[in-house]
Design a protein around this ligand. Structure first.
Ligand code: THU
Length: 160
């Protein structure tokens, strides 16, 4: 038996102001998207903004449903829109902001496992890393240089 250790690397920015200017702007798009989330059941609003290599910015937010599992996270709302409208464009960056209506969210909130799997599909398809920046409503911003860093042991087409 041998042990395998998996390491990952994240970069932590102290706040929005420490980000490169273009990323601050992308995160502000995620903020705007978060404000339009439809989350009456969880009161947890999430916004995502994608920068494509054609210059387009795509945003999405979580969309909940009285039948709870029928809702969709912000990240998948955004990435499926990008995939459907711009199938040949590469996704360069994704910015995510999450916040509860019940209390101020001050720590970086990473994408859920299902969203990581969905983002991984597009990163593999485009064969170019997607930079992921994620935060709460305020405070520190975490950056991963690629989705792969957030999802070791990804399930991908190579096993099918
Ligand atoms: N949510 C997202 O939009 N993205 C995530 O990565 C995690 C969770 C949404 C789903 C649901 O509407 C609410 O946040 C609470 O789970």
């Amino acid at each position: 038996m041998k042990e395998i250790k998996i390491e990952t690397t994240l970069y932590i920015y102290q706040d929005l102001d420490e980000l490169p200017k273009n990323v601050t702007l992308l995160m502000q798009k995620a903020f705007e998207a978060r404000r339009n989330a439809y989350a009456p059941y969880s009161n947890f609003n999430v916004g995502a903004a994608l920068l494509l290599d054609n210059g387009e910015i795509i945003t999405g937010n979580n969309q909940e449903n009285a039948s709870y599992p029928s809702g969709l996270c912000a990240e998948r709302t955004a990435i499926y829109y990008a995939g459907s409208q711009y199938p040949r464009a590469k996704i360069i960056q994704m910015a995510i902001s999450a916040g509860s209506k019940n209390n101020l969210t001050t720590k970086p909130i990473p994408p859920c496992g299902a969203c990581r799997q969905a983002i991984a599909e597009y990163e593999i398809k485009q064969d170019t890393p997607i930079e992921i920046y994620f935060m709460g409503e305020t405070g520190k911003v975490a950056k991963s240089n690629s989705l792969a860093n957030l999802l070791p042991l990804v399930f991908d087409k190579s096993v099918l």
